[in-house]
Design a protein around this ligand. Structure first.
Ligand code: NAD
Length: 280
């Protein structure tokens, strides 16, 4: 029996002031992941390329959780900077125990006629940039933070995928009246492929580091409501058994579960949390 798992169920969610990194931590959901880990008694480091957004996020979280939140500006696509920043965090804050690979470019649905999001027009430069952030960034962060955790024999990596990491986008959701089929806006190919790739990275790392005490999982969240146009919400809701999008706080309990000892017998898994969308 593992000694880390206690008989008191709730105690297994306690992060015991462990240092937790969140890439893209200043973004919309990054902040929510941070709240979850802070509620779980973690020390949280937000990593983001956008300095202004990062300072705002850190100040906001500091008000509610003083002394347990930090921010480091970092472009996760730059190997040299990733290596330096990971080492700096270990020196300045302490040994890293949790890494959430959350940053993404989130390529948006195109705007129709003049748009480059359709596969036939999709520029290789955009393909490369979306991959750099969504996949290469997760690989680099895992390479440096994960290797340190592996040396110490304990750690958790959580990759943020998507429901579209499991199923193809239903392009009918984005159709606009009056446009010919070859002009219809679509969810870009890179969203699908980067999100599927993260699930592949999860399985690879989970088995690679299983004997080093590192657990690696991913989560596939469905779309979160954020002033989403009503017409789109109605169309999307019809594809979801629970009949609605997620609210911004609905993934927090799952994030804490996956990052803490509460999920100690789980590795290489992808937790699908999508209101049932992928079941239909
Ligand atoms: N919002 C949703 O409905 C939803 C649904 C499913 C999955 N997801 C996934 O959740 C994650 C977070 O989504 P979000 O809605 O918070 O996105 P967001 O765009 O609000 O946040 C992404 C953050 O990543 C940062 N970033 C971009 N490039 C970077 C780089 N090179 N280095 C470091 N940071 C970089 C951005 O500055 C931004 O703060 C993404 O992986 C997304 O695909 C989101």
């Amino acid at each position: 029996m593992l000694s880390i798992v206690t008989k008191n169920t709730l105690q297994n969610f306690d992060l015991k002031k462990q240092v937790c990194l969140i890439t893209g931590g200043a973004g919309f959901l990054g902040l929510k992941h941070a709240e979850a880990l802070l509620d779980g008694n973690g020390r949280v480091v937000l990593l983001d390329v956008n300095d202004e957004r990062l300072s705002d996020a850190v100040s906001k979280l500091k008000r509610a959780y003083p002394r347990r939140i930090w921010g480091y500006q970092l472009d996760i696509t730059n190997e040299n900077l990733v290596k330096k920043t990971v080492n700096k965090i270990e020196r300045e804050i302490g040994p890293i125990s949790v890494l959430i690979n959350n940053a993404a470019n989130n390529p948006q649905v195109g705007q129709g006629q003049k748009d480059f999001s359709r596969l036939e027009n999709f520029p290789i430069e955009v393909w490369q940039k979306d991959f750099d952030v969504g996949v290469t960034g997760a690989f680099l962060m895992s390479k440096y933070a994960g290797s340190l955790m592996a040396k110490r024999g304990k750690g958790v990596i959580l990759n943020i995928s998507s429901d579209l990491g499991v199923i193809a986008p239903d392009q009918r959701l984005y159709r606009k009246e009056g446009l010919k089929s070859h002009q219809q806006p679509v969810k870009p190919v890179t969203y699908s492929v980067t999100k599927h790739a993260l699930i592949g990275l999860t399985k690879y790392l989970a088995t690679y580091w299983a004997e080093s005490g590192i657990r690696v999982n991913s989560i596939s969240p469905g779309g979160v409501y954020r002033n989403t146009p009503e017409e789109f919400v109605q169309k999307l809701a019809k594809l979801i058994p629970l009949g609605r999008m997620a609210t911004q706080d609905e993934y927090k309990a799952a994030i804490l579960f996956l990052c803490s000892d509460a999920s100690s017998y789980m590795t290489g898994a992808n937790l699908i949390m999508d209101g049932g969308r992928t079941v239909w």
